[in-house]
Design a protein around this ligand. Sequence first.
Ligand code: PMP
Length: 398
Amino acid sequence: MSKHLADYNSRPIEIVSGEGCFLVDNQGKKYLDFTAGWCVGNIGWRQTEVGEAIKREAEAGRYAPAFLRFANQEKFAKRLTAIAPNKKISRAFRCTSGSEAVEFAIKCARAATGKTKIVSIDGVYHGHTYGAAAVGDACRRMAPCAPGFVKLALPRNADEGRAVVRQFEKILAEFSDVAAFLSEPVWTNAGAIVPPSDFYPAIHKLCKKYGALLIMDEVATGFGRCGKLFASELWGVEPDIVCLGKGLTGGYATLGATLVTEDIFVKSRGIPAYSTFGWAPLDLAAAMANTEIILREKLWNNAQSVGDYLLKKLKVLETRSYVGEARGIGLLIGIEIVSDKISRTPDFARAVRLQNACAEAGLLIETAGNALFITPPLILSTELADQGAKILLEVLTI
Ligand code: PMP
């Protein structure tokens, strides 16, 4: 347990090094890493190209204050906006984390539309800062929460999806001050829940009809996790604003970004946008190298094929009396742990027990609510998928 670090959540495993899909703790125990640091290390650990890029930048010994220009920032913004899941996106705000990326999205949506309300899905995490906590599910013990946020229930099937869309239209029709709908394209933190396929097209259509923006939080799903470079592509929607973090860095940098269209950029002039460490040279060098590796290797293709392979193997777990569902897309997989299969009552304690038993057996996984949360690096081979699946099948006994 930490004595000085303000830490409420860490497990008693101290990591000292990594290599590819493996991590080693301070006892010398080697773990197959099925977390990638929660959708962060998409390219795997100890990636030497990234290490070399960081070394080169360190030798240049520079810092880039926001009031001076730095060529790599413009270069990276150009790269990110060119690959964004909306051809109209042309600008990238610099920031240091996923939470900050979500804050920018909220600020821009309100400034650009002149409206206030942000509608989102209940039970989904979008970050720990005041705006991100209020739009997500983290507004606890920090009253009063930031105002102007409306939540809709998370749909678990096509019928529920249509009901949520109807409710969204009711809100849009009743209030004239809805600035945006903000959501993850696939609900990662809620336990790897894939939306019904007609959900986002319908939501986007309503946004356009009523002059609201669509904001996709791709902090966890972006950079290949769900079998596409960006998971928004799965639904054929082109968000007006995209939030990036996690996989944008591979874990080698402290960096985030908010991508917006030119129109939103112009209308947002005047919002607070100064970030002292946003895209600082060392972080930028690491994130640029990480991004090029993902694009060069097209890691989303591996995420899709090995993800399909792994999920197929894990589907057999649905025969267990305490597994509600094995679900997911790409290398984002959730195994729902329940105390009763019919009512699907969550069994949080059992999920944690299973997670710990996996660690004992040399497999690191996380939990998201009552789901075992499986998000390996996107370089995972089928052999390593087999190795992890074998442990999961042994630990989740009949
Ligand atoms: N959005 C999503 C979808 C996330 O998963 C997270 C982090 N778990 C955040 C935002 C916040 O990112 P950060 O921790 O970098 O502030």
